[in-house]
Each structure stands twice: as structure tokens, then as C-alpha cells.
Design a binder for this molecule. Structure first.
Ligand SMILES: Cc1ncc(COP(=O)(O)O)c(C=O)c1O
Length: 388
């Protein structure tokens, strides 16, 4: 058996490995507090579950159009108008099984040997993994703690070469909870005028989770990017639907058919009942989302305050998503060592910053998609451990 060479370049997402180890320890009877997992700890709202059940009862059992059923694409367009103030033709929308699929489509559409794709570091690990899989060179965009884990647009622009095909932006971000300020996006977009061959993929999957009354700064609002922007979003985080596998992208008009062709080759369509659930999620009451985001905000206050009291740890206040990314250099331990030791010795599952890129050394990711009580218990344990 001779595996294709690119298989050796495909990375992974360590959060899944940490989850597997945490589950194994829990099965052995250990009391594990999981702050490693990047998914809401709430169930999918009942009205959404009921819509899927109704779709099955109504006989929606077959294939759908590869780009998704029209009422769902229309609901997405309405949602984009409501939350981002931008009018989008539903024909530019392609429904896919989760946010990750758009990432894979965009990166493999533009990445090939001899090209470069820029990605945030620390950032969602699948960006770099798929860039390398595509044969393109992965060029990190460093995110800085002192900038609230935003990038510097000037620095991004200075790294563009004639080989650059795609820039990936993610705000609010995993793993840092960082939010890129609107002014930084303005500078980036203005500078991109000089590089018309460069596409942008804006991963806005945490768009509804922005705190402190800040509006979400979306990249969809720049008309000059309409032919160059791929918007990635989905239902996983906003509606606590990670296991349903439902996401969407808005593609430039001439790329939607390429994305649809990839869908036809790979998964045919998203399962029909899930698409009906997706309509209910967008058009139904939003109070469950509001309650969930309010709960995350409360936990954010608790976790940041408690982390800053730990010896050797400091944590800036994340502006969005449900992650805190404290600086742990003062503990004298590497990120990976702290991750492994805290899981095995005190039963707290976290993810080392290095799982998100080379710039992640000295940091560890806490997901606060867990109860205040569990967050407090976890930090009590870490406190006792670090205090020796
Ligand atoms: C930044 C970011 N983008 C995309 C995804 C993928 O979401 P999905 O589960 O819908 O594929 C995640 C999931 O953790 C994420 O953190």
C-alpha cells in the first residue's frame, strides 16, 4: 500500500484527542471537568428539534439540491440582512454539512503547490492542516495578546506576495476569543485593493457571540469585496447544533457553482430533515440564543476573574466566542505539559495553545461552555495544583 504523499501533510484537531482521553478517564471512574471542548453545553432548542421531526414525518427523506433547499437559502439571506445589513442573492449561498466543509472547499479551491494561503496563528487548527494538504504554503498571520488577539492589518498586507491566493480571517476567534476591530478590517480591505488576485475567507461562525455591547464587525459589509469574499457561517455554535452538521457559505457569484460541484462530488447534499431544522432555527424565536449568549457572558466574567488570580497566569478579557486563552508563561511550564498534567493529575481537560499554532506556546485554551459551578471547581483544582 502506498499512501498518497499529501496524506502525510494532513493535520488534526487536538481538541478531539483531548476529548477522547478525557472520556476514557471518565469511563475509568475519574471525575473529569471538561473545559476542552468547543461546543455549547446547551441542548438544541425544542422548536428546532420539532421542525426536524416534522420534516421526517412529512416525508422529506430524499436527496435535496446539492446547494441546499431554496427556503433554507432564502432564510439564510434574510438572516444575513437582519444581522449584517447586507442583501445577498440566495443563489450565492451553498448549504454544507458544517462550517468545516466551507473551509475545505475554499482552501482546496485556491490552494495548490506554488501558492500561499495566510491563516491566523494561534487559530483553528484545520486551516493550516488543509492548507498543507492542498500543497499550498501555509503563511501564519500572528495574533497578538496585547491587541486583544487581533492581527495587524499592515503586517498582513506586508506578507502578501504574488503567490498569495487566499487570506483567512476569523473573528470572533477560536481559540483566543479575540475580536478584530472594525478599523483593522477597514485597513485590510483598503490595502487589498492593490492585490486583486487575493481572495478572503471570513470565518464568522461565532458572530452572534460578541460581548460588551460591541456590534459584530462582519467582512460582508464591504461592497468592494463582493467578488472576493467567502463568508463561512453555520448553525453549530449559535443554535447548539454541532452534531447536526449544518453550515453555509456565501460565495462570490461565479464561485457558487464550483462549490456546488464540490458538494456533488463529496456529500451530494446535507440531510433533508436537518435543512428544515435550519429554517426553524433562523426564522423561529431567538430567545434561546439570547439566553445562551447571556450565560456565556456571565461565565466569561467569572472565568477571567478567577484565571487572573491563579499563580503565574494572566488572562485578557475575550471579546467573543466562548473561549479564554490565558498566558501561562509565569507557571514555568510549557502549554503541552500543563495540558497533560492538569488532565492526568487534577482531572481538568483543557487544550494547549500549541494545538492552535506555533504562536500558541505559553497559552492554554479554556472553553467556558460549561456551568459556572464546574468552572469554579476546575479553577479551584488548578489553583491548588499550581500553588503546589
Ligand atoms: C473558528 C471555527 N470555525 C469553524 C468551526 C467548525 O464548525 P462546524 O462544527 O460547524 O464544522 C469551528 C468549530 O470549532 C470553529 O471554531
Amino acid at each position: 500500500m502506498i499512501l498518497a504523499e499529501r496524506m502525510h501533510r494532513l493535520g488534526t484537531e487536538s481538541a478531539f484527542e483531548v476529548l477522547a482521553r478525557a472520556n476514557k478517564l471518565a469511563q475509568q471512574g475519574r471525575d473529569i471537568i471538561n473545559l476542552g471542548i468547543g461546543q455549547p453545553d446547551f441542548p438544541t432548542p425544542d422548536n428546532i428539534v420539532a421542525a426536524a421531526q416534522k420534516a421526517l414525518a412529512d416525508g422529506h427523506h430524499g436527496y435535496t439540491p446539492a446547494n441546499g433547499i431554496l427556503p433554507l437559502r432564502e432564510a439564510v439571506a434574510e438572516d444575513i440582512e437582519k444581522y449584517r445589513g447586507v442583501e445577498i442573492d440566495p443563489d450565492r449561498i451553498v448549504i454544507v454539512p458544517g462550517g468545516k466543509v466551507t473551509m475545505y472547499f475554499a482552501i482546496t479551491m485556491f490552494g495548490e503547490p506554488g501558492t500561499e494561503i495566510m491563516y491566523p496563528d494561534p487559530g483553528f487548527p484545520i486551516y493550516r492542516s488543509v492548507i498543507e494538504f492542498s500543497g499550498a504554503k501555509a503563511v501564519p498571520i500572528p495574533l497578538y495578546e496585547e491587541n486583544g488577539f487581533s492581527f495587524s492589518a499592515e503586517e498582513v498586507l506586508s506578507k502578501i506576495t504574488e503567490r498569495t491566493r487566499l487570506i483567512i480571517v476569523n473573528s470572533p476567534a477560536n481559540p483566543t476569543g479575540g475580536v478584530v476591530p472594525k478599523e483593522e478590517l477597514d485597513t485590510l480591505v483598503a490595502g487589498l485593493e492593490k492585490h486583486p488576485q487575493v481572495m478572503v475567507m471570513s470565518d464568522e461562525i461565532y458572530a452572534r457571540m460578541v460581548y460588551d455591547n460591541m456590534p459584530h464587525a462582519s467582512m460582508t459589509v464591504y461592497p468592494e469585496l463582493a467578488d472576493r469574499l467567502i463568508l463561512l457561517d453555520g448553525w453549530s455554535k449559535t443554535y447548539a447544533m454541532t452534531g447536526w452538521r449544518l453550515g453555509y457559505a456565501v460565495w462570490p457569484k461565479n464561485l457558487a457553482e464550483h462549490a456546488t460541484r464540490l458538494a456533488i462530488n463529496i456529500h451530494s447534499c446535507v440531510n433533508a430533515a436537518t435543512q428544515y431544522a435550519g429554517i426553524e432555527a433562523l426564522k423561529g424565536p431567538q430567545d434561546a440564543v439570547d439566553r445562551m449568549v447571556a450565560a456565556f457572558d456571565e461565565r466569561r466574567q467569572v472565568i477571567v476573574e478567577r484565571l487572573n488570580q491563579l499563580p503565574g497566569v494572566s488572562c485578557i478579557r475575550p471579546g467573543g466566542a466562548f473561549y479564554a486563552f490565558p498566558n501561562i508563561t509565569g507557571t514555568g511550564r510549557s502549554a503541552r505539559d500543563l495540558q497533560d498534567t492538569l488532565l492526568s493529575e487534577v482531572g481538568v481537560a483543557l487544550v494547549a495553545g500549541t494545538s492552535f499554532g506555533d504562536q500558541g506556546e505559553g497559552y492554554i485554551r479554556f472553553s467556558y461552555a460549561n456551568s459556572v459551578e464546574n468552572i469554579e471547581r476546575a479553577i479551584d483544582r488548578i489553583d491548588r495544583f499550581l500553588a503546589g
